[in-house]
Design a protein around this ligand. Structure first.
Ligand code: MG
Length: 342
């Protein structure tokens, strides 16, 4: 739908919906920003390590409401998002929820999918990895069966059972594995030893093997590792890129870490200039935030967007997984609609 050239006021809808959807009561906050009855959806997912909660997101959103109410469509998205960013530092998931909702709204009002904003292709569906968590062998085998359609398995290592976990997976399949250590290996020597062991086991890359602050260790490892080392916790926002660009082979970009699509796109372009590999990842997210991140997926070397497959109840529909590939609906905005009344 296209609006007339008359400016239309933005409306920020209250109350914000909090959906409890997973067994450990992780919450996401769903945001709606509307204009003339057209609704843009956004989502904040709050991993504990970033220090946000449903309460902090709601508090941030109520501050943002005042700024949003000053704007009319068509709007300067960049300028508005910069103002939102300056409200308070951190709060990146809350900022991402606004960024996603505004991109969705803009796409719906202009009648185009978000990937077209950056002249990207949405139909080149990438394979996404699917997470196989640390678990007992029987549980891992069960999860592997469920993941048969997927071409890449994401495995979390960094515990005492690393070798057993990889053996269990390799007893079932030769599929490519991406490894996420979540800062779990204690020092660079241990990390190198484990990576040497992994190198002939069809592993694509190793994510965040060492503590996020240990950049000296990361540089040492990068020089010696036979597998690409990818930064996750070591990079959050665009400003971090300069500091870590020589310490890793690539970076994991997540909307919830970096404040949304606008900044994620900038990070990816700059990372490519630095010759870094790009992984697009996610937190526990519904199809809303995942469909948003997937708009940028044609820019990525790897995609790890399995959020909706790991939660109990998805709140949106429009995104699908076909033979391990992400398929976007191609509809305007981020391309999803509410699955049911929130
Ligand atoms: Mg990670």
């Amino acid at each position: 739908m296209k609006l007339s050239s008359v400016p239309h006021t933005l409306e920020f809808k209250y109350p914000f919906k909090i959906a409890l959807y997973s067994r450990n009561t992780t919450a996401v906050v769903i945001t709606e920003i509307s204009c003339e009855g057209i609704i843009g959806y956004g989502e904040a997912s709050m991993p504990p390590y970033l220090g946000e909660s449903a309460e902090t997101v709601l508090r941030f959103l109520s501050k943002a409401k005042k700024i949003l109410s000053e704007y009319k469509f068509p709007l300067d998205l960049e300028e508005l998002l910069n103002r939102i960013d300056l409200i308070e530092e951190k709060n990146t998931a809350a900022k991402a929820s606004i960024d996603i909702a505004l991109h969705d709204l803009k796409g719906k009002l202009e009648g185009k999918p978000c990937y077209e904003f950056w002249n990207l292709k949405g139909y080149e569906a990438p394979n996404t990895s699917i997470t196989i968590g640390m678990d007992e062998p029987e549980v891992i085998l069960e999860k592997l069966k469920d993941a048969d359609a997927f071409k890449i398995l994401k495995v979390k290592l960094g515990g005492v059972n690393d070798v057993d976990i990889v053996h269990t997976i390799r007893s079932y399949t030769d599929k490519a594995i991406s490894v996420d250590v979540n800062q779990g290996w204690t020092n660079k020597e241990e990390a190198l030893e484990r990576i040497q062991w992994l190198k002939d086991k069809n592993v694509l890359f190793v994510e965040q093997p060492l503590k996020k602050e240990d950049l000296a260790g990361a540089v040492w490892l990068k020089e010696r590792s036979p597998l690409p080392i990818i930064a996750d916790e070591s990079i959050q926002r665009y400003a971090d890129l300069e500091r870590i660009k020589d310490c890793f082979h690539g970076i994991n970009v997540k909307l919830m870490k970096c404040s949304g699509l606008n900044e994620a796109h900038k990070i990816i372009l700059q990372a490519k200039k630095y010759d870094l590999k790009v992984l697009i990842g996610c937190m526990s997210e519904t199809s809303c935030a995942i469909s948003a991140a997937a708009q940028l997926s044609s820019l990525a070397d790897w995609v790890d967007l399995d959020g909706p497959l790991l939660i109990k109840k998805d709140l949106f529909k429009g995104l699908s997984y076909v033979e391990g590939k992400i398929v976007l609906s191609g509809k305007p905005g981020i391309g999803v609609e509410r699955a049911e009344d929130l």
